[in-house]
Ligand binder design. Structure first.
Ligand SMILES: [Zn+2]
Length: 302
């Protein structure tokens, strides 16, 4: 008799696990790309005309911490922000960071940082109509939290509820922590699977690297489609090979590797459909895209 409750409990736990797996699978269903493309027309207005990026800092890593089974070859992690340009305005993706936050990622080493380029990011944030954030880590979000112009840009900065929860409850570093009062300065949203947010731009939920991580899809007036994957993979190789970071890095960050593999699998399918997949930190890829005219490596500041 005493075993029965345990057995029921085991069945209940199995059922919960299966449900969460199904939910994950449904989020990245085969027709998700069609849904996103349809949603990208939901907000009326002319589509964007071009996409720019700025690299304001670098971290020097090896592939052994970037991808499962990676070797000791150097990997330059570019710290970047992106500017989606419209005829009559702009939307920013990510916000740069000040040098104090940059030092956190050096693990005691001094690594390249260009203050004038981070200032260009700040100028672009001030000028932007809207600011989107891929996820709540310091190298992506510090520029809208630790900024002289924070109060000026906060209400056009769109944070998700999950991002805000992390920043209040367990920020990556104390310098980027938010209080409830500070969080109330920003525009905080919540959505289930995806959300059209501007002409041609759709947010796609992608918890895994962090609880508040999202993919940002953008389609230009030319029809070119860009998929900003933040830190789902640091290198395009993560997507091509469908391999997450190695276990030691997963543990350090506290990632959900199963969610990441599901996302990498879906993104790998997008490569075959000729969408331009853009990891935030893949230095060689970003400058290759720039050389091919697919991105510009400077911001437009009026
Ligand atoms: Zn990052």
């Amino acid at each position: 008799m005493i075993k029965k409750p345990y057995r029921l409990l085991a069945i209940a736990l199995t059922s919960i696990t299966t449900n969460s797996l199904l939910a994950q699978d449904l989020t990245y269903s085969a027709d998700l790309l069609t849904q996103i493309r349809d949603a990208s027309r939901a907000v009326p207005g002319a589509l964007p005309t071009s996409i720019n990026f700025v690299k304001f800092a670098e971290s020097h890593r090896t592939y052994s911490v970037v991808i499962e089974d990676g070797g000791e070859e150097p990997f330059i992690s570019a710290r970047t922000a992106f500017q989606i340009v419209y005829q009559d305005g702009s939307v920013m993706i990510d916000a740069g960071m000040d040098e104090t936050v940059h030092q956190f990622y050096g693990f005691g080493r001094v690594e390249p940082y260009w203050p004038e380029r981070n200032q260009m990011v700040q100028d672009a944030l001030r000028q932007a109509n809207m600011i989107l954030i891929t996820h709540e880590h310091g190298d992506h979000i510090a520029g809208v939290i630790r900024s002289d112009i924070r109060d000026e840009i906060a209400s056009k900065t769109i944070l998700t509820k999950a991002q805000v929860n992390t920043l209040i409850d367990s920020p990556q570093l104390p310098e980027i922590g938010l209080t409830e009062n500070l969080a109330a300065k920003y525009t905080v949203i919540d959505y289930d699977k995806f959300l059209p947010i501007a002409p041609g731009i759709v947010l796609v939920r992608a918890a895994g690297h962090t609880p508040g991580h999202q993919i940002i899809y953008a389609q230009l007036e030319t029809g070119m489609e860009y998929v900003f994957i933040g830190d789902i993979g640091w290198s395009l190789d993560n997507v091509i090979e469908i391999k997450p970071r190695p276990q030691s890095t997963i543990n350090r960050i506290g990632e959900d590797p199963q969610a990441l593999v599901t996302q990498l699998t879906w993104l790998n399918g997008l490569l075959k459909e000729n969408l331009l997949v853009i990891p935030s930190h893949d230095d060689s890829l970003l400058f290759k895209y720039a050389a091919e005219g697919l991105l510009n490596d400077s911001f437009i500041i009026h």
